[in-house]
Write a protein that binds this ligand. Structure first.
Ligand code: CUA
Length: 346
């Protein structure tokens, strides 16, 4: 001990305290993306499998380490003890330590396979089907039953199974809302499925979980679990057409004009990429018909506020490196007008 203290640097002496702090940090906080507090059937399945395997690991640890410690003490050398007898092989032991792990593996394999089947993405016929399309770097959601298209924030009702049918228009992404359950790859040219039944109302954070380019970390999502009546209200709200230009105030009318203007050649225009139902028909970027009713923009990285919108419009690639939305050299006057107009799209 003295040796250690004399030789070690002060940094090394702090190491145990530092480790303790790092471990303790893991004990607090809200953990919005923790998989350890699931709130949907998929998550419960995975959690229960995790617990089964954990307790088997505890049994193996206790038996192996307990046996080791017992043997070390029981058969240690004592003063005057005779030379141990030489032995070789024990059929009973060999059979026991081959059979026991094999049995443990069976007890782990059966629930594992059952869980894999249960979370494969199949959903009952009455499930709510939502098409998910992965883009670099945002999520598109289509509710075909209701003729609604939205982005990044997906609303679902509490207590009803949701079937996500997923594909990608560019590279491989992965859809993941940790509190609902596991992740699933979203692949170009293929359809993959994930299904779960959320049981708690609230906003749940998610994230693309497959490296998909420079802004992979900025490809976030929110899952809003609404009560069934709130969900119906949201559907009705989303089905409303945007306000007509004549009903807007002067600033918002100016924003409408900026949004629908065809800008100089070589410059990009908003209308080339974005849909606002009945106003513009671009398809490359997110549908903005109800952008003002979302809580976030830009793949869930900026709050949907006047400041957030303005920051995004001024220079998208500074907020989200590699963003396909170009900087179209808007003047500050145009930015304010667009903010006023987009905020009316609720
Ligand atoms: Cu999309 Cu990572």
């Amino acid at each position: 001990m003295t040796l250690f203290a004399e030789r070690s640097s002060p940094g090394l002496k702090c190491l145990p305290a530092l480790l303790l702090v790092v471990i303790a940090v893991g004990c607090g906080g809200e953990f919005p993306q923790s998989t350890l507090h699931p709130t949907a059937d998929f998550g419960y399945e995975v959690d229960s499998l995790f617990r089964i395997i954990f307790w088997w690991a505890v049994v193996v640890f206790v038996v192996v380490e307990g046996g080791l410690i017992y043997i070390i003490f029981r058969f240690r050398e004592r003063p005057g003890s005779p030379e141990p007898r030489r032995i070789h092989g024990s059929t009973l032991l060999e059979v026991a330590w081959t059979l026991a792990p094999a049995l443990v593996l069976v007890f782990i394999a059966v629930p594992t396979i059952r869980t894999i089947i249960n979370v494969s993405g199949r959903a009952p016929d009455d499930a709510l089907v939502i098409d998910v399309i992965g883009h670099q770097w945002w999520w598109e959601y289509r509710y075909l039953d209701f003729n609604i298209t939205t982005a990044n924030e997906v609303h679902v009702p509490q207590g009803r199974t949701v079937q996500f049918r997923m594909t990608s228009v560019d590279v491989i992404h992965s859809f993941w809302v940790p509190k609902m359950g596991g992740k699933r790859d979203v692949l170009p040219g293929r359809t993959t499925y994930i299904a779960f039944k959320p049981d708690s109302i609230g906003t749940f954070y998610g994230q693309c979980a497959e490296f998909c380019g420079v802004s992979h970390a900025n490809m976030r999502l929110r899952l809003m679990v609404d009560s069934p009546s709130e969900f119906e209200d949201w559907i009705r709200q989303e089905q409303n057409p945007p306000p007509p230009k004549e009903s807007l105030d002067t600033e918002a009318q100016r924003g409408f004009e900026v949004f629908t203007a065809v800008r100089d050649p070589g410059n990009h225009s908003c209308l080339a990429c974005h849909v606002i139902e009945g106003v513009t028909f671009g398809v490359l970027g997110p549908n903005l018909t109800h952008v003002g009713g979302r809580t976030t923009i830009a793949g869930g990285i900026l709050p949907m506020t006047a400041d957030g919108l303005a920051e995004w419009l001024r220079d998208p690639s500074r907020v989200k490196p590699g963003s396909l939305m170009p900087d179209i050299d808007l003047t500050e006057e145009e930015v304010s007008a667009l903010v006023a107009y987009l905020s009316t799209l609720r």
